[in-house]
Design a protein around this ligand. Sequence first.
Ligand SMILES: [Zn+2]
Ligand SMILES: [Zn+2]
Length: 961
Amino acid sequence: MNGIARKLTVFFLSGIVSVPLLNAFDIVRDGAPRSRIVLPAESSLPEKLAAGELRDYAEKITGGAVPVQNAPSSDSGNIILLSGKAAESILRDWKMSPDGFCIRSGKNLYIVSPTSLGVLYGVYTLLEKYAGVRWLFPGRDGEYFTPSKTLTVPDGDFVSNPSFPDRTMQPTGGNAFAGMYGAAETWKWLARNKIHFAMIVRGEKNPKLKEGDDFLAARGGFLKPGGHETFTLSVPNSLFETHPEYFCMVNGERLPQFHPSVKIGGCTYAQVCTSHPAVIDRISDFILSRFKQGEKLHYPVQFLYGAGDNCNTWCYCDSCKKQFGNSTPDRFYYMVNKTAEKVFREKPDAELHSWIYADFRTPPEKIKPDSRIKFTFCDHGRCYTHAFNDPNCSINVHMKKLSETWEKLVGPLKIYEYYCVGAPYAPLEVTLAKDLKYYHAHGMRGYNDEIPAPDAYYAGHLANGKNGTPTRRLWQARWQQIYLASKMLWDVNLDVEKTLDEANALYFGPAFPAMKPYRKLLGQLWEGLSEHMVYGTGGVAFPGAYAMLRPDADKLVKYLDEAEKLAGNTEPYKTRIAQERTFLTNTWLNPLKELREKQKSSGTIQPAAGKIIIDGVLDEADWRNAGILGRFTTAGGKEPSVQTFVKSVFDSERLYVGFVCMEPSIDKARILVTGKDGNVWEDNGVEWMINPSGSPSNYFYFAVNSNGVLLDMELKDGVWHKEFDSGASIAVKVLKDRWIVEGAVPLKSLGASLVPGTLWKFNFCRGRRLSGGIQELSSICEGGFQGSFRTFSLGQSPLKNGSMNEVVEAKNQGAWKVPSGKLPKHWILGQSHSKTNTVGEAFLRDPILGEYELHIREGQVFQYLFEPASTPRTIRISFSAHGEKKLFVSIYRFVHEPDGDRKSKRVNRPTEGAFSVDLSPEKKNYSGTYTVKPGEQVYLAFYAPGEAFIDDVSVVPAGSN
Ligand SMILES: [Zn+2]
Ligand SMILES: [Zn+2]
């Protein structure tokens, strides 16, 4: 029965209820085989595999053994697998892609495709569609079906073509080719989910090659030589002695491709001379030899143009300079065009691909890449929190624009993704679903992702993986995304939610009712993140901890608890829920804990002993002895791609600031401002804020660009005053790999003199801005600029940890309650004034910055201040506080008196009140004085009859600030 007949049948049946349902082709009915698979002797490897898989699965599902024979033995009940010319008569009514297929069911069952791989895909689809088989992930545990005595295919034509013609996944992070068939279960999984894969043949000496041969060829494996080895294999270093002119010229010197002793720009790798005719010949000969190798091994070949990874060292011989100027992309695509020309001349049907990658990802200036080549846009550096076309993700906006520029230049692209990298556990299916819909609508021709094959061979550090997840288990941490990718690459319009629900229901079994809302919440938390997860040279920052700071995040653990109960002791569900918990703990919960406890000790800015000359060279002993003030991070505490170090010292007249900004691309610095007090914050530069008052609406602001142009302003009661002139001296020095700012700000201009022990607030920031829209903001306040501060003590104070930001674990605190389990270091819990309600703790005020306050209720907290002195001294005690009722500042006093045979004994004198303040719910600054009597050892104490939150305590000689 053909397709038209089926439609008629449906139409006809719709009116007649008593007739049995649709006719169908029975493969097996009631456990008895009703069909035979017809496989001519000359069938291809994928067709043979297709027949074998259909027979094996039919038997697994039904118990019925369907025979495979070379020819039909009657005119019905045959399952006929056809491809190529033989399939044309059936396929001519349809527009078919190479991998597409038609399942025609009637008297016989036809599974036909233009290609033999398409026939195999037809069989796998039949098993999915009509027998309910699912391959969620590699291995037996990932396979699902419900046993049934009958396997039947309803009459009619089912035609299917892939949404993306080029669908590849690339096992990485281990050797998927080691052993007899390498990662056999992964190869099987890829074929069953209709994904292509490239094989690596590292030369014909590979003894395993022949053995693995048929196994991989049957599943559509193809050879993809080239890539990062394009130059190393075609122009080997062994030629360096005889033909140095083939190699890279840097600063007048030729370099071999690997030169471990020479580092250029941090790279021990150099590309070859791409303008040399002999190099062009060698590369094109190499490409042709790889096509010949493929023919010999009966594999299809796609040659892939690439270059040595992550290396900007390209040839600057006279010829290259003349032809390409400073453009790396021109150096690369000239080579691509020239060699492709030669290859196409000899082999017009050669399939040539090229990466658009790293240092040749900006479009070439003079070369128009050959349009016969297929281009793959490698988007490392994109953000995976947000969709590729998310207009609010600044990173992806740039990436999308770049991909569109390329599209205009070379036509439809294949996109090369790195979902894998640095994504130990994230609901990436959320991002993926949006990406694939966009890619398809946009007309991209293909997609690749890197995957960790669970059955690959992992050695050394690869075995251990990252974030506590061994590489072997990384697939399990994101199997939903890989599975959904395989399904959507074939049918981009499928129902995403239904597909995922069905898969998760199988995977989590009885625990699914709790895991469904769990996965949903995980996805919502992820989608709502403003943090970017970027794969690039600076490593990967994983924002799991930040997702946990979002509302409702605490429900995740509750869902897992519920899932655990639902799964009970039933395996594999019990193990799977435990695994989810491990993933969540390692990559979301533990980083959150670290984030919250990240210690931001206030640090000290030391007085300078000598004279400091403002020349942009931080070579004075005082600079050398000064400590680094805080760690520069980007928003959310992530490592910036380049480091910044800041120091500060002071003397009686000036406060000195020194920045060291590491910068590999200072020639690309964006500088627009040339005159003082311009909008320097838009340039490549540094900024710092000095806040003696501690008030967020009153402080001093300084910005210096990498050309040394200064902007200084004062914020007075929330209003900026650009006319403020600090009289600061600034010097900037630019070195090869960094630039340095040395500045001196007169204390007079800040309206303050400095007394050792004073606490001031500061922020030190860096706005790295380079041409091409590159921008990275970092600061010692987790990337925050205006309004973000950290407290520093200017010189040593007798009081320790006045900022309260150094915390220690609380142990055995008697009647005291310590809700956070932490206390500020050096502060001691004293008398409890209530049997049940006394509280003392380090209270985390700002979880991002790790800023703590001392929280006390109905009790006293104290800290040692001074040993006895011979003369009286008056001290000023300052702090900020909020709360209710009064807060008493008292002094515990001791003297040492002679004591018989012992030298002396310490005698307690009555506690004296220094002063008290009335607290309010808003945080306010308070200060008062106290005169320490001669011969007394003293402690500073706070007593709160009600509730008090105390911060930034300083003790300085009175009259000084
Ligand atoms: Zn050259
Ligand atoms: Zn983003």
